[in-house]
Design a protein around this ligand. Sequence first.
Ligand code: PGA
Length: 255
Amino acid sequence: MRKKIVAGNWKMNLDYQQGVTLFSEIVNMAKDEVMGDQQVVVCSPFIHLHSIFQMAKGATHVAIGAQNVYFEDAGAYTGEVSAAQVKSAGAAYVILGHSERRAYFHEDDHMLSKKVDAVLKQELTPIFCIGETQEERESDRYFDIIKKQLKNGVFHLPNDAFGHVILAYEPVWAIGTGLTASPEQAQEVHAFIRNEIANQYNAHIAEDTTILYGGSCNPKNAPELFSQTDIDGGLIGGASLKSRDFIDIVKVFNS
Ligand code: PGA
């Protein structure tokens, strides 16, 4: 059975104290209100990682993640942070290939595949993001784009390593825009991704892979999105900065 996951991506928001306050609200609400086997992941800026990891101890549903790492193990890379470093601070997950990193920091598929390797080497779980731009959707090239991102970013992995990867389909035109993919549009791409995994690996691995949807997900649209056959949860940006909204999204999976 694949895992149901709701991951928050705080992006470059919240100062240290604001992050700690938000996280304590999330942990308290999760304790009282989350009743299922869904996993909650909070991907904070690096500065919060260790403190919120300490606060998450004993909170069975909640784990911590980073939003990026560099692919080298250590050394003279001023300003960068390694997978081993975020692991030592308590991270269990790392978002990789987010469209903002692809667009603003020129992270290409080749670099991202090295980051995936670095994260798996530390036995952390990559949340690998893929998705098409508005122009790519309008010109009907989205399947090709997604296929290429999968092939270059994660399909070099052998079966056992790929089994540790979580994918997130995030149409770029839906991120932070208030425009959500319709449940049908999202399901269509999620089914395509699962089929690509089955072709590359096998049906069993495809069935077990968690594929998240991201892009203007909120408590209102999450129930319909998450009820689609191939959508296993969400990667939440804006709505993860409000504890009430974020936990309401997590509660869609309450049993
Ligand atoms: P959003 O961001 O929910 O604010 O659209 C999603 C993301 O970028 O992961």
